[in-house]
Design a protein around this ligand. Sequence first.
Ligand code: PMP
Length: 427
Amino acid sequence: PYTGPSAAEILKKRQQYLNPAIFHFYKNPLNLVDGKMQYLFDDKGRRYLDAFGGIATVSVGHCHPDVVEAIVNQTRRLQHSTILYLNQAIADFGEALACKLPGDLKVVFFTNSGTEANELAILMAKMYTSCSDIISIRNGYHGNAAGTMAATAQSSYKFNVAQSGVHHALNPDQYRGVFGSDGLKYAKDVEEIITFGTSGQVAGFVAEAIQGVGGIKELAPGYLSAVYDSVKRAGGLCIADEVQSGFGRTGSHFWGFEGHGVVPDIVTMAKGIGNGIPLGAVVTTPEIAKVLTSRNYFNTFGGNPVCTAGGLAVLKVIEKEKLQQNALSIGTYLKGLLSDLKEKYEIIGDVRGRGLMLGVELVTDRQSKTPAKIETALIMDQMKDLGVIIGKGGFFGNVFRITPPLCFTKEDADFLVDVMDYTMSKM
Ligand code: PMP
């Protein structure tokens, strides 16, 4: 049994000593003590089904034994920086990761986070093209350092500091966007940005295959390949931010961009790559990677032995346990159940996503699509009390984000939807 400080004591210390801007889900925040695969346990030993841990970092299950073993073994042997010395762990994981990517995407740079990965990708695009204009999509999230905060396009994540050089294109949002599902019409906006907002040459374009923080928004069909063509014609590089949509989560493909039939010039990843340990990566072609040789570029702990040993174990587990296939079958099943729920409750305006990256958007009125922000928070809180943790996102905070560890089962999906159904029925 748990003998540590109470939730109230931890909250008090957090309020006194830690980031005052940080928010927590739930009126009474959970004090989480243990995790096992798709389950979390609080200080009272209560079990919760974790249908959000996937985005928060855990891809193959909390404390997956294979990943824990790899990390512990490497910690016992050696933990160090890999800048100056050789070590097997980084080389093996670099090779395994490169093998998962198509075409010439064969050179890996390791970082400690998604922000660092996107910063590096943007830097490389600027260096390679000798240009500085970047295009990103409105409602996207790419990080919170200088370059990535500029690329991020939601005011709630942008501080009032200089953020120049990024043009934010129309979001090809099939639910709220002006052109509905017509991807080519949204893609024209990128053409116009290049024509009227730049010299005609750009450094690059960065986008998520499915916007995560933005509320599980899938890009309208046809959009990405048309935009990639425009950006390439303008001499720019195409960056795929796979921080949330990578590692089999979308089910049909290992990487989100593959669902759009494109091959990026640079791919960035983090979160699920290490099942919860601080790790990120940028993968690009040998030709683009070479631009960094004009100066010294290093990252003290990016790709350290402990994290890369963990990363390699994650890749092996995804294959051994056929987790991408599981994301496809369970995700499709779960999306079906959620779509049935939409027939039952007017408050559900939209159900979307692929694999185990699903979104449920709540509206007070289906015609005006007014975001049901308060109801979203309330339902989430009550579902927590019934033992199910889901996430929330979207600019208006009215979208449930369902992104569980990839080991989620059919029974878990049934339980989640039963609990959501019961909670909505009591509203
Ligand atoms: N890209 C995407 C798509 C993300 O969702 C996030 C984090 N929410 C990041 C980048 C930044 O990652 P990190 O928080 O590890 O810096």
